[in-house]
Design a protein around this ligand. Sequence first.
Ligand code: UD1
Ligand code: UDP
Length: 392
Amino acid sequence: MKIVSIVGARPEFVQVAVLSRILRARHHETLVHTGQHYDDRMSEKFFADLAIPKPDVNLGVGSLGPSAQVAEMIRGLSDAIAAAAPDVVIVRGDTNSTLAGAIVAKQLLLPLVHIEAGMRSYDRTMPEEINRVIADHIADIQLVTDDAARTRLASEGIVRGVTVCGDVMLDVFLGAREFAPRSLSSELRALAAEPFDLVTLHRAENTDDRDRLDAIVAGLARATRRIIFPVHPRTAARLREFEIALPATVTAVQPLGYLEMVALECAARTIFTDSGGVQREAYFAAVPCVTLRDTTEWTNTVDAGWNRLVGASTEAIAAALQAPPEAPADHPPLFGDGQAAQKILAALESPETAEIIAAAHAVRIARGYAASEAAEGGTGTAARDWSGAVTL
Ligand code: UD1
Ligand code: UDP
């Protein structure tokens, strides 16, 4: 099978790490990086830390306003995907790279696979909510982390092509956890030697709203222990622009590499974050999480008692810093068994996927999209039965 995988932002590099290796053992993957994230510490370091294959194509789109960024991605992706002539296109999550990849795949009449489908915050002021709703509704194959996501999709009329696979970020986390501490510099190691809380903050609704950013920083000022805060470039820019100084309780550091981050997550007393990935990793690490948002897609962690939503309330943040949430006794496997990538592979090799690929191929031939494929008698993979393939 020929696969195009699209990545562009930090969490997508993590999500592709194990899966790419597993897919490449049996299929042909073209990895396309939109260039949404481009600083060494936001991109290159993840490829190095996680031994991710170098992208076959990097569109170098960079930072633009949201519409211009998606437009540039669409322009570049349509050439890159058409050139790769894949059987399927894979996007993941909810970034602008996800949205652009999803739109181009469907404009090219290619089967679209959405990993981490079926998540909702029900807050349509978030760009991520718009991106994930659109990707879910145009995808052909929905790979979801749990049954609740499947039910959510069903409530929106999406029932075909849905498979529960668990969370591929857990696969990566489990593989990294043990040797992550070795990645720490002596400075980070010294910081982590004393009890600390870990903070990440980058969502537009927090960083671009001066009052919310001010209120969160005021809460952090009331910490009783040291806070380690790897600062996303977006947040660094807004703190400068709004002239908001970080309090003495906070040690700000550059964005961390994945291994450094996992090491600090596992050692933290409490994790304060507005990140989707970090909320889940807090759960993987069995560290209580305080989410600096009014809503979350990851309500399962809240329901299990491991995650508390505090929004941008100075008082609620201060209270959680001063009387940290207790770790509940139960830690059920909310995100699967760490074998999500294998389940994704199985879903891609299923007869149902083969049917979807064959149907899309027939439509492309009929509409003249795939004249060269027709001349070659098809891609040769569309109706192939993968069930006899070697198990890894
Ligand atoms: C994006 C995703 C968000 C995800 C986050 C992961 C969208 C709509 N948002 O948000 O869902 O949680 O990535 O981190 O896709 N910048 C740099 N260097 C970089 C990258 C960004 O300086 O390498 C700065 C630029 O000033 C840029 C800003 O960060 O304008 C925001 O970057 P962008 O990719 O637009 O959004 P994120 O906030 O990173
Ligand atoms: N991450 C990292 N270094 C950091 C902050 C985050 O390696 O300084 C990792 C984190 O461990 C997780 C992923 O980046 O694997 C999550 O990305 P982010 O928080 O940027 O985006 P979100 O998950 O909110 O979309």
